[in-house]
Design a binder for this molecule. Structure first.
Ligand code: GLU
Length: 448
């Protein structure tokens, strides 16, 4: 049976099999609209059937209850999942997200994206994602610990260093990873690299915290180089204020660009002078240690705070949406381009809605998250290698490998995304480039 089919018919079938899961529909639509034409053009190489049908059905979805006690002694119940999407090229790999918006649809969308992202890194990692609708905001450390321990009491039977290796994502940082790993270690009575993003004293890799943000900037550098340009002097919009946004700003400053915005769920700050090392140190303490609101920044350093808004109306050369999915819509995209934006690299997963993507793809250098935010999972892969070898690489070694991975992802996108007029469609390049490796493995391993 031949795979090539019609996009509309394919999406109709997918939607009827997965009703209400709109985030998952959007993620598949984006990939399928590039992959189906590719399969049609290269039908001779892809005789083995139903590749896309197989890739859009997760290997398994594990859903479970997490009961825990809050500080007042009340029993609380949350729902958690692990979506093990595809292990054709390596053990399942992907983060855990704790946020009230987490649902099976969101995790299927993220797990699906992860297949292609992980493939693009060139490292042997399959695609997965997990998380819970638990909200860590406002919870005490003890409550977070009890929640993480309860979650891992169930999850531990499904993961392992050669099976599935979770990591962090939104709401899951160093604190949560520590608690999750501690409980995994206790239950399995092993000390292995079954989770990445660990603290440096218990098997973590230097450079992991910085990797996603740094990687996005390295990818932007490669895109600009295709036009003979550099980051020097470029005004940059960054959204979010988690580790992706913070280390994106850090690398932008280091490479001579001028980042001027950051945001959180309350609004965004705009510092027209640009952030510098001193301002960034304050932001790191505010967000990573004190867990405060970004609005506090303007009380100390001036600039403006725009409550309830996102930074996309500010004039800039380049942009890095690093907060969450669907934070840039079509109107935002048009405004950004009208104001002179020439390039955008996604630090978050699918922060640009499909309608915004269409505008960007036609007009500017536009990198989808599965290419430009792959630095985080790439360094997670390097953490796994170091754990298996029982050695630790230096920051210089890790950073060099990260730069090479981002360069090679850019090359893959250029190879598969070249358009007739010589420009690069990075979305197509990432989708097809990520797909080809996984599809090759699926084909060669038979129908499983
Ligand atoms: N959550 C991150 C991502 O979206 C990192 C996953 C990992 O390190 O496994 O890629």
């Amino acid at each position: 049976m031949k795979t090539p089919c019609n996009l509309e018919a394919f999406m109709k079938g997918l939607k009827s099999r997965n009703p209400i899961q709109t985030e998952f529909h959007d993620a598949v639509q984006e990939v399928a609209s590039d992959v189906i034409p590719y399969l049609e053009e290269n039908a001779r190489d892809w005789q083995e059937g139903c590749l896309l049908e197989r890739l859009t059905e997760p290997d398994r979805v594990i859903s479970f209850r997490v009961s825990w006690k809050d500080d007042k002694g009340n029993v609380r119940v949350n729902r958690a999942w692990r979506v093990q999407f595809c292990n054709a090229i390596g053990p399942y790999k992907g983060g855990m997200r704790f946020h009230p918006t987490v649902s099976e649809s969101v995790l299927k969308f993220l797990g699906f994206e992860q297949i292609f992202k992980n493939s693009l890194t060139g490292l042997p990692m399959g695609g997965a994602k997990g998380g819970s609708n638990f909200n860590p905001k406002g919870k005490s450390d003890d409550e977070v610990m009890r929640f993480c321990q309860s979650l891992m009491t169930e999850l531990h039977r499904y993961i392992g260093p050669d099976t599935d290796i979770p990591a962090g994502d939104i709401g899951v940082g160093a604190r949560e990873i520590g608690y999750l790993f501690g409980q995994y270690r206790r239950l399995s009575n092993t000390f292995t690299g079954a989770i990445t993003g660990k603290g440096l004293s218990f098997g973590g890799s230097v450079g992991r915290t910085e990797a996603t943000g740094y990687g996005a900037v390295y990818f932007m550098r490669e895109m600009l180089a295709t036009k003979g340009e550099t980051l020097e002097g470029k005004t940059a919009l960054v959204s979010g204020s988690g580790n992706v946004a913070i280390y994106c700003v850090e690398k932008l400053i280091a490479l001579g660009a001028k980042p001027v915005t950051l945001s959180d769920s309350g609004g965004f700050i705009h510092d027209p002078e640009g952030f510098n090392a001193e301002k960034l140190a304050f932001i790191k303490d505010l967000k990573e240690v004190r867990r405060g609101r970004i609005s506090e920044y303007t009380e100390k350093f001036g600039g403006e705070y725009h409550e309830g808004k996102r930074p996309w109306a500010i004039k800039a050369d380049i942009a890095f949406p690093c907060a969450t999915q669907n934070e840039v819509d079509e109107e935002d995209a048009k405004t950004l381009i009208k104001n002179g934006l020439t390039a955008l690299a996604e630090g978050a997963n699918m922060p640009c809605r499909l309608d915004a993507q269409h505008v960007f793809r036609k007009n500017i250098l536009y990198a989808p998250g599965k290419a430009s935010n792959a630095g985080g999972v790439a360094v997670s892969g390097l953490e796994q290698s170091q754990n298996s070898l029982r050695i630790s690489w230096s920051l210089k070694e890790v950073d060099e490998r990260l730069q090479n991975v981002m360069k090679s992802i850019h090359e893959t996108c250029s190879q598969y995304g070249k358009t007739e007029n010589g420009t690069i469609d990075y979305v197509k390049g990432a989708n097809v480039g990520g797909f080809v490796k996984v599809a090759g493995a699926l084909t060669q391993c038979g129908i499983v």
